[in-house]
Design a protein around this ligand. Sequence first.
Ligand code: ATP
Ligand code: PH2
Length: 159
Amino acid sequence: MKNKVYLSVGSNLGDRQANLTQAIELLKQNPAIQVEKVSPIYQTQPVGGVVQDNFLNLAIRLQTSLSAHDLLDAIHKIEQDLRRKRLVHWGPRTIDLDILYFNHETYHDQALTIPHPEIGNRRFVLIPLLDVLDDPALITQTNQALQTTPDKNWVEILH
Ligand SMILES: Nc1ncnc2c1ncn2[C@@H]1O[C@H](COP(=O)(O)OP(=O)(O)OP(=O)(O)O)[C@@H](O)[C@H]1O
Ligand SMILES: Nc1nc2c(c(=O)[nH]1)N=C(CO)CN2
């Protein structure tokens, strides 16, 4: 059985664009994952009060035969892979992958909260997500969230 999943991906350290590209490549190399659509890359103002460099963010729509928890494990491996590689060659790099939606299922346990609780508070999630959504109900919900979100941080498409 295939599961439809939306991910949010972000990087704000090192070669941010290469980090995003490598994360997508590693997802594609997993035979249990089919990447269906990748949003454009957006440059985004850091959210959360920590003084740090601007992020690059994107969203992904994929199909997978993995369970939500197995997908989380796969995502953690990708994060570790990229961090480890960068530690060796170029010093620390960051990549973060969050599961936004997994079908229409809800998870709330020690490892996973789905839908991701911060979706509505993050323009850097909502705007790329709109580029990859193909579910009319989620498109309506996401457009509404974009209009009502308290987040005022800028998000600009990267040229
Ligand atoms: N929907 C989800 N997607 C990814 N990780 C999740 C999710 N729900 C819970 N987690 C847990 O969050 C942990 C990762 O936390 P992390 O330090 O990356 O949070 P963060 O990226 O700083 O914050 P945020 O999740 O708000 O973006 C993972 O180990 C995972 O168990
Ligand atoms: N713009 C932006 N801000 C953030 C991001 C991110 O991906 N983009 N991720 C965070 C921790 O997950 C905290 N703040």
